[in-house]
Design a protein around this ligand. Structure first.
Ligand code: SF4
Length: 352
């Protein structure tokens, strides 16, 4: 944990400091300097110079923000989950080159954790209760309503900071028609003791190690993520894999074949029986590309490939890029074909 987090300065909203969860978090780092802030969303000193990687990695490691989540919503999703649960954190101590989270929150993007977890839990419980039983199977899950609890953060790392994620995992044990889910790039073995009783799905993100080395900065190595799968299944989690982002480059399919072989060799029969995958090809963004050029141009050689990509202006005016429509179907087909060959038990929930 020392490598990833060494909290020295905690920015806290007064309302959060008074809550039991806020007190617990502050109590975990008694040596840290406490800075009271009016709003967890406006802390200019945390933004820093976007290309000063040393500064923002330091901020990620040393700063923590504790706030109160104001609005509760469960946004319909329909792909990896039926709903996006209200977040209990945002920001991340890791620093993947393609991550979209910093686009919204300033590049250093340290973890903000919300102290009003009881409100989040009671909202989720009420929302799930109102859905009743799921009438039709869909690509999220055949029977349960799936709630993504980690859209804007990595729950395995959040669990190093507070019991928020554990509270949610325990809540979902008792919700008969709903299931929690989150994608992760970090192996936190503390989660193995939480007894999730099959009601939480962890999606380990995987990509060929050659790509991860350049793109997945500060995360657990891909081999360590694969090696954790059996243990998480034995501990009562449903474990899926998240192939994302898939990066097209010379030799990409050969490297994916090797990764699938590594996955196949690294997991046992119990994991294979329940395994499924989601596949998401890379999307990128011009603003992020420009930031990355300032600190990590090697990553951009991999993920900024105008000859393969097309640009689309998003609703908020950002220029997003993705692989060209004409070729993308072929890439998807090639990768799903490889899966059918190398890991035929691996059900593909969706691929795009
Ligand atoms: S682990 Fe997830 S949230 Fe964290 S930097 Fe990587 S992509 Fe972003």
């Amino acid at each position: 944990m020392g490598e990833l987090l060494d909290i020295r300065r905690i920015y806290v909203e007064a309302g959060a400091a008074e809550l039991p969860r806020g007190k617990e978090i502050l109590g975990r780092w008694p040596e840290a300097t406490i800075v009271e802030v009016e709003s967890h969303q406006r802390i200019p000193e945390l933004y820093g110079d976007e290309t000063n990687v040393r500064r923002w990695v330091r901020i990620k490691r040393e700063a923590l923000v504790v706030g109160v989540k104001k609005t509760m919503t469960a946004r319909p999703n329909g792909r990896s989950a039926d709903f996006i649960a209200p977040s209990t954190a945002n920001g991340c101590a890791m620093a993947c080159a393609y991550c979209y989270v910093p686009r919204h929150k300033g590049y250093s993007n340290p973890i903000t954790v919300f102290a009003n977890i009881e409100r989040v839990c009671s909202y989720v419980k009420g929302h799930a209760g109102r859905q009743g039983r799921k009438a039709e199977p869909n690509e999220c899950d055949p029977v349960a309503w799936v709630y993504d609890i980690g859209e804007n953060s990595d729950c395995s790392v959040d669990a190093l900071i507070s019991d928020n994620v554990r509270d949610l995992v325990e809540l979902f044990r008792g919700l008969p028609d709903a299931k929690a889910s989150f994608a992760t790039k970090y192996v936190n073995r503390d989660l193995l003791d939480w007894d999730p009783r099959g009601r939480t799905r962890i999606r380990f993100s995987l990509m060929p190690p050659a790509d991860a080395k350049v793109l997945d900065i500060r995360t657990s190595p891909v081999g360590e993520r694969i090696a954790a799968i059996d243990d998480f299944v034995a501990a009562g989690y449903e474990v899926h894999v998240n192939f994302s982002p898939v990066v097209v480059r010379d030799g990409w399919l050969e490297d994916w074949a090797d990764l699938l072989d590594q996955l196949d060799a690294g997991i046992g029969a119990a994991a294979k029986r329940q395994l499924a995958a989601e596949i998401i090809f890379l999307t990128h963004n011009r603003g992020l590309h420009e930031v990355n050029l300032g600190w990590h141009p090697r990553a951009e050689e991999l993920i900024w490939r105008p000859e393969l990509q097309q640009v689309k202006r998003s609703q908020n005016g950002d220029l997003n890029v993705r692989y060209r429509t004409g070729s993308k179907g072929g890439y998807v087909h090639a990768l799903t074909g490889l899966i059918a060959q190398r890991t035929p038990y691996l059900r593909v929930r969706y691929a795009f």
